[in-house]
Design a protein around this ligand. Sequence first.
Ligand SMILES: C[S@@+](CC[C@H](N)C(=O)[O-])C[C@H]1O[C@@H](n2cnc3c(N)ncnc32)[C@H](O)[C@@H]1O
Length: 186
Amino acid sequence: MGRERHRVCPWYEAYLFDNPLRRLVHSPARILGPYVDTGMTVLDIGCGMGFFSLAMARLVGPEGRVFALDIQPQMLRVLKRRAMRADLMDRIETRLIGDNDLGLDGGVDFVLAFWMVHEVPDQESFLRRTAAVLNHGAKLLIAEPFYHVKAREMEEVISVAARLGLTALERPKVRMSRAVVLERKR
Ligand SMILES: C[S@@+](CC[C@H](N)C(=O)[O-])C[C@H]1O[C@@H](n2cnc3c(N)ncnc32)[C@H](O)[C@@H]1O
């Protein structure tokens, strides 16, 4: 499954959707609350400017850990600035990664991949690497923008994930998105 990558969202375009109005569309507490708990180690892959990373940092609390990963240093710079302002840097670790490397060995309780999977050139390899860092029973929430990703393409992602041991548990309603929660069974 190596279909053509959708263009990567340039960092300056992220302000178009990652702005104060976004909370009206994407409530982080509603979207993440059912899956993220205090003390967890969580991953925000393709974190962008950290809209969800900061919310996850609040949900995991001071005992938890958020790894915020992106391929664009400018995104991570803005994220760090925001996290410092919110006094959350004590539990967030930013990582500049490559397309083929998550830079982690495992021990992850929850992964968020929000509006990013369609930008990954080799989605099967991405899902395999993501599954490998998840603890057994841990969950991965994928949300894709419905204007870029057709229903058929989303189903393709879900069936590749199933072959890799990631079982679809539910299809949460996320505005402007196609979403699925997967669980690592084995
Ligand atoms: C549309 S933005 C979404 C950002 C963030 N998840 C949000 O919802 O605000 C997609 C992000 O994924 C990142 N990205 C693209 N391909 C990636 C990859 N292979 N690994 C990690 N991040 C990637 C981009 O740099 C960009 O920051």
